[in-house]
Design a protein around this ligand. Structure first.
Ligand code: SF4
Length: 458
């Protein structure tokens, strides 16, 4: 994911001073977790009076926040660094690829500095060397919620860094280290600031959201008049009281995830009936080789129970096909599992060997053409399931949050659609809608990915 810097981050230059603020051009690549890192760096830069620009040319320096998860992401990151060097020359590289500096210096020895993921201080220190900050009280004003790269009405909320799992295809723990959870009060303070600033939807992210607090032994911290434990359920419940939609991403199906389902079934709780669970596969042998957390055969039974308790639950997941050693039988099993699970939204990756990942040498690689063929079969099978699931919403009245407004139709999302990854709801309305507004919409039809309807209430 590449993020453009929104207009709100380009502060007007102070008229009260001749001081010219140093300018920074910022490229943010990778997942929502990397986006949150970018927001933190940008917030700090703006607090110190740096100005952001869309153009590499003419900026005092360029920062590239890289993604190193897959080979293709690394290629995109290297291209972004090369482009920035060609246009500007003073380039600071941070993010996941920064954990393997030799990959960058091997190709671009002239980069100004390289720092690893979450090394905010090191990025700032490199920026100070490249273009020292100028103090100007007019430029130093930063909104209290920090600078967001997402639209004003939704925001990602990162509750922890790193991961204690060791999935064999993943090098994130190597790049980002073990799980480090933020105290619950810290997360809640940030969430409250965001809601006060107009955020209507909080997207909870981490590498492993349901493992939240394990590393700090679920320690309680003081929030308002009470102690809140750093526990998945406790945090979800408290976040739900802030008056915004709360959407949970990257949840592994540990047994305690069952406890959050009643909260999702309660429409007053604020916690959306939406679970993003990256299952990755269904065949026991493949899951074992993947070393997936909480991988167990009883998942189908649990999904059925979750839906009994919370019939509106939307389940989103991702899968990998062509994992080393995946047999035709394993793949068939995955397709059968998909039929039974009837997930609402699904993404599928073709296995890609990532340098340094254990999985590369675990078993015989699946030939590329076989992986490709399986990917198409998978997508076809799931497409029919997703379309069927979406059709069930026709005739219902759903709350829709508006993301974009057009001359005749607005684009929004239901509680079952996360921004950027899921479908949209196209909405007609007699009165003009505002971005961030939540309207009640009667759903009139569904196509492959999206819903269409008309506003019937506010
Ligand atoms: S849970 Fe697995 S895939 Fe996710 S970050 Fe941790 S090791 Fe990587």
């Amino acid at each position: 994911m590449r993020s453009a810097i929104p207009k709100q981050t380009r502060a007007p230059r102070s008229k009260a001073s001749d001081i010219k603020a140093p300018t920074v051009s910022f490229v943010s690549l990778g997942c929502p977790k990397a986006l949150v890192d970018s927001e933190r760096i940008i917030t700090r830069l703006r607090a110190e009076g740096y100005e952001l620009t869309h153009e590499h040319k003419g900026a005092d320096l360029v920062i590239v926040n890289t993604c190193g998860f897959l080979e293709t992401a690394q290629t995109e990151s290297l291209e972004a660094i090369g482009g920035a060097l060609a246009e500007n020359g003073k380039v600071i590289v941070t993010g996941c690829m920064g954990a393997e500096p030799e990959k960058i210096t091997g190709k671009f020895p002239s980069v100004f500095a390289i720092t690893g993921p979450q090394q905010y201080e090191s990025v700032l220190e490199a920026v100070h060397r490249a273009a020292p900050p100028q103090h100007d009280p007019f430029l130093d004003l930063v909104p209290p919620e920090g600078i967001k790269l997402t639209p004003r009405h939704y925001a990602y909320l990162k509750i922890s860094e790193g991961c204690n799992n060791r999935c064999t295809f993943c090098i994130i723990p190597k790049l980002r280290g073990d799980l480090v959870s933020r105290p619950a009060a810290d997360v809640l303070r940030e969430a409250e600031r965001l809601v006060t600033a107009g955020v209507k939807e909080l997207l909870v992210i981490s590498q492993d959201t349901s493992a939240y607090g394990v590393d700090i032994k679920y320690a309680a911290s003081r929030w308002k008049d009470r102690e809140v434990r750093a526990k998945f359920l406790d945090l979800a419940r408290e976040l739900g009281t802030l008056g915004a939609w709360v959407r949970l991403h990257y949840v592994y199906p540990y047994p305690h995830v069952d406890d959050v389902i009643p909260l999702m079934a309660d429409s007053q709780s604020g916690v959306l009936p939406y679970l993003d669970i990256p299952f990755q596969h269904a065949a026991p042998d493949v899951l074992k080789r993947m070393k997936r957390p909480a991988a167990q055969e009883k998942t189908l039974g649990r999904i059925a129970r979750w839906r009994e308790i919370c019939p509106d639950l939307t389940l989103r997941s991702t899968f990998i096909v062509g994992f080393p050693g995946e047999t035709e039988k394993d793949f068939e099993l995955l397709l059968e599992w998909l039929d039974e699970a009837a997930l609402d939204r699904v993404g599928c990756f073709r296995y890609e060997p990532v340098a340094g990942a254990v999985s590369n040498d675990l078993a015989t690689p699946v030939p590329k053409d076989v992986t490709e063929e399986r990917w198409h079969r998978f997508m076809q099978r799931q497409q029919a399931i997703s379309t069927r699931r979406l059709k069930r919403k026709v005739g219902k009245r759903l709350e829709i949050i508006i993301d974009e407004v057009g001359p005749t139709v607005a684009k929004g999302r239901s509680k079952g659609d996360a921004p950027e990854i899921d479908g949209a709801v196209y909405v007609k309305s007699k009165r003009p809608l505002r971005v961030g507004e939540i309207a009640t919409v009667k759903i009139e039809r569904a196509d492959e990915y999206d819903l269409h309807g008309t506003v019937v209430g506010f």
